[in-house]
Design a protein around this ligand. Sequence first.
Ligand code: TXA
Ligand code: MG
Length: 323
Amino acid sequence: MTRVVAAEPFALREAARILRAGGLVAFPTETVYGLGAVATDNAAVRRIFEVKGRPARNPLIVHVPDAEAARSMVVWSEQAAALTQAFWPGPLTLVLAQLADSGIARAASAGLHTLAVRAPAAPIAQALLRAAALPIAAPSANRSGRVSPTTAAHVAAGLAGRIELVLDGGACTVGLESTVVDLSAEPPRLLRPGGLTRARIEAVIGPLAAAGDAIRAPGQLASHYAPARPVRLNATAPRPDEAFLGFGALQRMDGGVGLNLSRSGSLTEAARNLFAMLHALDREPAQAIAVAPISNEGLGEAINDRLRRAAAAAPRDGGRSGD
Ligand code: TXA
Ligand code: MG
């Protein structure tokens, strides 16, 4: 049985108890909902992979309250210090060489010698990390390959019956996963564009190289973040059998199924709405989802990355839980 409870103080204490006993708890961060297990508990971490249907070679992000906690797990550097000072807590994940005595379960890093660490900004995530008093490994709380959840209802739709508890903290404020930067390589590399823009990171540590080969970015498979319906990009108008996801002035006028990522053309608002609107349109009786063109500036880089992955997926039938 999966319970969905409002993230009140007593529920946070219970969530911490469940985690410390080896259970799985979904919780809100500012980016998306995470599916958490105590990162030092190998059996609990392995259950995350099982519940998500996630390939064992795709490592997880370890969540910590602050930079000081991260420093006990990874080899720190000037770049790590500069970035965490500027952007933690927040939507930035750093990949660094893992310390031999990090204490982190092998399953969390998928056996790699590096570790991804992030301090989330959302007050509920911070409160949970402090109540559990242990690092929490957490991927996005969706079945592998599906659209990430930005509400507790999205989590429940995908994972009900598979995990112990969902802490409901409302809709995520950023709406896109964290930006993943690999600092274990020189020059540093952008493994995944996300909720913190490339420009803000480059203003602190200089130019980022591209993601490069698949081994260093094991989770970056082409098909990911996919609704069950096929997705068609850069559409200026929907075809008769399509639902339409508009942006700015480009929106559906004929009364058919449609939503707008941001009427004012704000990329921040579009990022916040993207996954929820893909979830919503995926429930409509349409053959496909057509999406308006989005600028590639700022958060547009991450929005377009997720849209390309959604469009790259082979169409699957039905099953919002994705089995
Ligand atoms: O915003 C987020 O990052 C959310 C919230 C819950 O924090 N989490 C999230 O986790 O998106 P997940 O597992 O869906 O994505 C983590 C990404 C994957 O692409 C994974 O391959 C990459 O980070 N990653 C994790 N550890 C890595 C490592 N050691 N080296 C390279 N990539 C790594
Ligand atoms: Mg994910």
